[in-house]
Design a protein around this ligand. Structure first.
Ligand SMILES: C[S@@+](CC[C@H](N)C(=O)[O-])C[C@H]1O[C@@H](n2cnc3c(N)ncnc32)[C@H](O)[C@@H]1O
Length: 338
């Protein structure tokens, strides 16, 4: 008896030589069946759809120095790129807790890491906000040897138009890391006065055209990413609009996910979470985040809580910035618990 041939499906059609829209990138979205395609996309300096390239991996491993038997935390599991490297170094006998708030990507990441052979004795995955770090501590058996936080959003989240993280493709104006909680950016916009919106753009993104943008968005029912982009382009030149749109999306994302408040809470919990000699590394992507990390580490060092801290932020190498432009704004700071 012969097996029935697999049903024929039509190849997804797209204009030009390369697929441009997320849903057209069917080869990148099925890396198991098209591994060669991922290499070609990365060689072009792009991140394959549905994946994320971990940033400053060597630099993070150098300051966290994970060793066999240690207990660590990856507070922002994302695609699991950093976690994979940490896990390989704490075997045998170690344990890594991996947290993320994203209910859509987290199960996929866990499945990928389990398929790589990281079992439940070695990797504990939790859907949880890192601001709730104290709730994890009883499970760590006396504290953590190292902690990593790679802040912000992953490429999978940015690239998926249904999540609404970018003005470059049409999608609902959502921007929540956990779409099941809180309110979307569209709902937030409706609730803010013009003055509150302008203040939010300045506070979260140092937006120089905050007044003009607030004027364009206020009182409009902005439900989609491209609608917002159209309104901003209506009051700024094309060049100004490009940079301002990036900052506007960043400011809204920070607001809907309360990112600065949860970062402050996380930073305040670190001293109690680290064992003596424990290391923490935090990768930030804009000045509002970096200022907070810098201040918390400096104050902790002055008070004798940290015995050493990064004096200057570590930046991705020029090669990494070239190979992965999404790493360009990254700054890494570390501290060692006294
Ligand atoms: C830049 S990505 C991390 C990428 C990861 N290091 C990797 O190698 O794939 C940031 C991740 O942190 C998650 N995240 C952001 N804020 C969080 C928070 N307060 N608590 C837990 N996870 C958070 C996001 O959902 C996202 O998946």
């Amino acid at each position: 008896m012969t097996d029935a041939p697999p049903p024929r499906t039509r190849r997804i059609r797209y204009k030009g030589t390369h697929p441009r829209r997320f849903e057209e990138k069917y080869k990148e979205l099925d890396p198991g069946a098209h591994a060669g395609e991922l290499r070609k996309v990365m060689d072009r300096g792009q991140t394959p759809a549905g994946t994320h390239r971990p940033i400053c991996v060597a630099e993070i491993l150098a300051c966290l120095d994970p060793r066999p038997g240690e207990v660590g935390l990856d507070a922002t599991l994302g695609y699991g790129g950093h976690a994979r490297e940490l896990l390989a170094r704490i075997r045998p006998g170690g344990r890594l807790f991996g947290l993320d708030v994203d209910p859509l990507e987290l199960p996929r990441t866990e499945a990928r890491l389990r398929a790589l052979g990281f079992g439940e004795d070695l990797l504990v995955v939790k859907r949880m906000n890192f601001a709730g770090l104290p709730a994890l501590l009883p499970e760590t058996g006396g504290g953590l040897d190292f902690i990593l936080a790679d802040l912000g959003v992953s490429s999978m989240q940015i690239d998926n138009p249904a999540r609404g993280f970018t003005y470059k493709s049409e999608g609902p104006l959502d921007l929540r890391l956990n779409p099941n909680r809180g309110r979307s950016a569209a709902a937030l916009l409706k609730a803010l006065s013009r003055e509150e919106l302008a203040a939010l753009l300045v506070e979260n993104s140092d937006e120089p055209h905050a007044e003009a943008i607030a004027g364009a968005l206020h009182g409009q029912d902005v439900a989609t990413t491209v609608h917002l982009a159209r309104l901003v382009r209506g009051v700024l030149s094309e060049d100004e609009a490009r940079a301002s749109l990036q900052r506007t999306f960043q400011a809204l994302r920070i607001a809907v996910n309360d990112e600065l408040k949860v970062l402050d809470q996380f930073l305040s919990h670190l001293p109690a979470a680290l064992r003596p000699g424990g290391r923490v590394a935090i990768l930030t992507f804009h000045s509002g985040e970096d200022r907070r990390v810098k201040k918390a580490f400096l104050e902790g060092w002055r008070e004798g809580i940290y015995r050493d801290i990064a004096r200057e932020p570590v930046r991705p190498s020029s090669q990494e910035r070239h190979d992965n432009p999404r790493s360009s704004s990254a700054k890494l700071r570390w501290a060692v618990r006294a």
